[in-house]
Design a binder for this molecule. Structure first.
Ligand SMILES: Cc1cc2nc3c(=O)[nH]c(=O)nc-3n(C[C@H](O)[C@H](O)[C@H](O)COP(=O)(O)O)c2cc1C
Length: 317
């Protein structure tokens, strides 16, 4: 089964994607990139489309609700030459996204989804896919209609987080609806939602999906992809994984500083503290002393401190 890394805003930046490619991911998605941000020339938004040289097959995910912005974003993302697919986000339930009519708000308006997808396909030669949910709430499962509209707009596939918007990121994953969609959809379907182990992967595979997308379970464990494909468990210790991850973060910072000399790219201390903070404690979660380490991590401000923590943890391994 093809296993792909989900877009996770704040997490699936180039360094973490690189960890996941090394850990067996067949493909990965960028964090969601704001079409309005690109249209306004925002530098941080552009940085989200940066990639590291060793990354594998990548898709750029775009969110927005204005046809002109999304058309522009598709053009810009294509021009980078870095992506093999473009994806429209019609599933994010966070208020900062839905407030502007984007993300999961679009589920209520399949016609607008079709217009946005059409704007993308008209402005790229890359395949365009849609990432969405089953519907707004269990009383309205309109993903079948959305898949039809997406196909008519020229989309090449649909990724479905098998939950409703009202569920946010918790509660049951509705595999029976996913199976029904696979039977009814004119487009290839990628399944998504709380796959964390072989049994859950097997259950989702039985829906006859084309691929399975994994998000949160990869955060503490970028080697999950290989392991789910039958490879032996990752031999590297948590500290060694952190060290490798830190290496990718530092390469990425250098690349950003080189490519964007006029932008304020934070120092190695600032950049690595912010980027590592979100990941470090996950690698060490569940170990003895994890709570104390977590407290310590929240005060880390320098690269030297991060290296010291990693060295300390290595001596425990
Ligand atoms: C912290 C976080 C950030 C997310 N960011 C995005 C995003 O940028 N774009 C998107 O389509 N979905 C986003 N999602 C949803 C995930 O891609 C995925 O659909 C969801 O987490 C279910 O998959 P999982 O159970 O394997 O994590 C996010 C979810 C979380 C928890």
């Amino acid at each position: 089964m093809k296993l792909v890394l989900a877009p996770l805003a704040g997490f699936t930046d180039a360094p973490f994607r690189q960890m996941c490619f090394e850990g067996g991911a067949d493909m990965a998605y960028t964090e969601m990139v704001s079409a309005a941000g690109l249209a306004h020339g925002s530098s941080p938004t552009r940085h989200l489309m940066e990639t590291l040289p060793g990354e594998g097959k990548l898709a750029c995910q775009i969110f927005g609700s204005r046809v002109s912005d999304v058309a522009y974003a598709a053009k810009i993302a294509t021009e980078t030459g870095r992506f093999r697919e473009l994806n429209l986000n019609a599933g994010c339930p966070m208020p900062k996204v839905t407030r502007e009519g984007a993300g999961a708000k679009l589920i209520e308006n399949p016609r607008l989804i079709a217009q946005l997808l059409k704007a993308m396909t008209d402005n790229t030669d890359l395949p365009v896919t849609l990432k969405t949910r089953l519907g707004p709430h269990p009383g309205r499962t309109n993903v079948f209609e959305i898949a039809e509209e997406a196909a008519r707009a020229g989309a090449a596939g649909i990724i479905v987080h098998a939950r409703y918007t009202s569920q946010m990121h918790g509660g049951p994953v509705h595999l029976e609806k996913l199976s029904e969609l696979v039977r009814r959809s004119p487009l290839p379907v990628t399944g998504n939602g709380s796959v964390t182990n072989a049994a859950e992967l097997s259950a989702m595979s039985q829906c006859a999906v084309d691929a399975v997308m994994i998000g949160r379970a990869a955060l503490a464990k970028p080697s999950l992809f290989s392991e789910l494909k039958g490879a032996p468990p990752e031999k590297a210790s948590a500290a060694e994984m952190c060290e490798r991850h830190l290496g990718h973060i530092l390469s990425f910072r250098e690349q950003l500083a080189r490519r964007y000399p006029l932008d304020h790219v934070p120092s190695a201390d600032g950049f690595s503290s912010v980027k590592m903070h979100t990941h470090l404690f996950r690698y060490f979660n569940g170990r003895p002393g994890a709570a104390a380490l977590r407290a310590r991590l929240s005060t880390v401000r320098t690269l030297a401190e991060i290296r010291e923590i990693i060295e300390n943890e290595k001596s425990v391994d």
